[in-house]
Design a protein around this ligand. Structure first.
Ligand SMILES: [Zn+2]
Length: 140
C-alpha cells in the first residue's frame, strides 16, 4: 500500500540529498534470511536530479548513482523517500544568484556568487557600503 509522502519531486537540475527506504523482502517471512534489518536505506548525497525518462510518473525522479556504467542512475519513487532536501544552490562553479530573505521577511535580495563567493547584493546596505550580511548568508 502506498504511503502518503510529504515530499514533492524535485526538478531536473536541483541538487538534492535523498534517502529512500526499502523493506527487505525477506524480513519476517518464514524461511527468509534471519538477522536482516527490516529496512534498507539508500542515501544519495548532493546529487543533481537528471531529466526524467518519458515512462516515469510525476511521483518519480532520477539521480545519478555514481556507480559507473552498470548502474548509472537510480529512479527514486516518492513513496520510498524518507528524507529529501534541496541544496540552497547548486554547488557548481561560475556565476549564480541566490535569493536571501530580508530581515523583515517580506522581500528577497538577490546575491550574486562567483565561484561560491558573494560579490554583489541588491540590498541598500550593499549599495552604500559595498558589503552586507547577505553575502555571507548566501555563501553557506
Ligand atoms: Zn545585502
Amino acid at each position: 500500500m502506498a504511503r502518503m509522502t510529504r515530499y514533492r519531486a524535485p526538478n531536473p537540475g536541483d541538487v538534492v540529498t535523498v534517502v529512500s527506504r526499502f523493506r527487505n523482502p525477506g524480513y519476517g517471512v518464514p524461511g527468509g534470511v534471519r538477522g536482516d534489518e527490516e529496512f534498507t536505506e539508500v542515501k544519495s548525497e548532493n546529487v543533481q536530479v537528471l531529466p526524467p525518462y518519458p515512462w516515469m510518473t510525476s511521483r518519480e525522479f532520477c539521480v545519478p548513482t555514481g556507480q559507473g556504467r552498470d548502474f548509472p542512475i537510480s529512479v527514486v519513487s516518492l513513496e520510498s523517500v524518507v528524507y529529501l532536501s534541496r541544496a540552497k544552490r547548486n554547488r557548481i562553479s561560475g556565476t549564480e544568484q541566490v535569493k536571501i530573505k530580508s530581515s523583515d521577511g517580506k522581500s528577497f535580495y538577490k546575491v550574486t556568487l562567483e565561484n561560491g563567493h558573494g560579490v554583489r547584493c541588491t540590498c541598500r546596505g550593499f549599495a552604500y557600503r559595498g558589503r552586507c550580511r547577505h553575502l555571507k548568508e548566501a555563501e553557506k
